[in-house]
Design a protein around this ligand. Structure first.
Ligand SMILES: [Zn+2]
Ligand SMILES: [Zn+2]
Length: 360
């Protein structure tokens, strides 16, 4: 059995834009929580803003704070009442835990918990509102961790959350078998949406983006890539589909103008799922009449309610490759370099992983 030390290393945010590697006490699991030894934690597109403090007061609500939510590791201690996990289990985590009592939580929609941010209610949003996994050990509610089989590496497990986010976004609209899906934004969520759309039966997946990430999507299996800096993606999609439009559009960039583009490139009766998180300042006038007359369905998509275990099953079964999205791995000591590589997309960086304990 693993000896649990009293102190651990963690990346501690001490104020907006200020962070350092520090020794802090290893947290203790309370009832229905587990303590895990973190073996891999992937840097998320939302992490740089949390580090910079652009949303300080909300994400995080306090300092000092430990961010990080895309993690995998080993369970090393159980809080009282935990029956679904054992010490030694290999697991992957998701960031949201609902209060469990509000109408949305009771309906299984716990990423839309009515008590969001109210930790008193039992709600948790690890790495955003509550301490997360950029540390050697982390405590999580036992219902936010999913077992991973021995055949799935910790690094792959740490991509389970991203894959599960993409899966939720796709499930909200469904995928038309034999149809054409467009994905705007070839970041990690868009790339995994691309692979899942194919696995779910799309005949053609068109990626819209630019530069190195668009190139990456081509390498990683896109049927077609559209560079929006060179051509009008709406015209290209209409052309490819003989004027018909795409069956589904998945907006994974959050960039201004892409909602309108999505509406203009989807077919009559088509569906649009919005996964990319825009800045609060992004406001967009939309072709209202076309949405009405063409019965276009548009849905927002938040995180990964109830999709994590299926994302892990797909990875384990070889139906979803995440391995080749992992471009870099760093130790906890080199986290500054890891952030730099991720933020500045150095050497074709897609997913950058930090390994806080033994390296895989
Ligand atoms: Zn994330
Ligand atoms: Zn709730």
């Amino acid at each position: 059995m693993t000896q649990i030390p009293k102190v651990m290393k963690a990346i501690v945010l001490t104020g907006p834009g200020e962070h350092e590697l520090r020794e802090v006490p290893v947290p203790q699991p309370r009832a229905y929580e587990v303590l895990s030894k973190v073996r891999a934690v992937a840097i998320c597109g939302s992490d740089p803003e949390i580090f910079q403090g652009g949303l300080a007061g909300i994400w995080p609500p306090y300092y000092p704070f430990i961010a990080g939510h895309e993690w995998a590791g080993e369970v090393v201690a159980l809080g009282e009442g935990v029956t679904n996990l054992n010490i030694g289990d290999r697991v992957a985590g998701e960031p949201h835990k609902g209060c469990g009592f509000c109408e949305n939580c009771k309906a299984g929609r716990y990423t839309l918990c009515m008590n969001y941010g109210n930790s008193q209610s039992g709600h948790r949003h690890y790495g955003f509102v509550n301490d997360g996994a950029y540390a050697q050990y982390a405590v999580h509610s036992a219902n936010t961790v999913t077992k991973i089989p021995d055949t799935v590496s910790f690094a792959e497990g740490s991509l389970g959350d991203t894959a599960a986010v993409s899966l939720h976004g796709l499930e909200l609209t469904g995928i038309t078998p034999g149809g054409t899906a467009v994905i705007i934004g070839p970041g990690p969520i868009g790339l995994l949406a691309m692979r899942l759309a194919k696995a779910m039966g799309a005949a053609k997946v068109i990626m819209v983006g630019r530069r190195s990430r668009l190139e990456a999507s081509q390498r990683l299996g896109a049927d077609m890539v559209v560079d929006f800096e060179k051509v009008n993606p709406v015209e290209v999609v209409r052309e490819i589909t003989q004027g018909r439009g795409a069956d589904e559009v998945f907006e994974c960039s959050g960039a201004a103008g892409t909602l309108t583009q999505s509406i203009l490139m989807v077919k009559k009766g088509g569906k649009i799922s919005l996964l990319g998180v825009p800045g609060a300042e992004v406001q967009e006038p939309v072709p209202f009449k076309q949405i009405v007359h063409d019965e276009i369905m548009i849905t927002g998509s938040r995180a990964d309610p109830n999709t994590m275990w299926r994302a892990i099953e797909m990875i384990a079964a070889g139906k979803l490759n995440v391995q080749d999205l992992i471009t870099h791995k760093f130790s906890l000591d080199s986290y500054q370099e890891a952030l730099d590589v991720f933020i500045n997309r150095k050497d074709g960086a897609v997913k950058v992983i930090i390994e806080p304990n033994e390296r895989e």
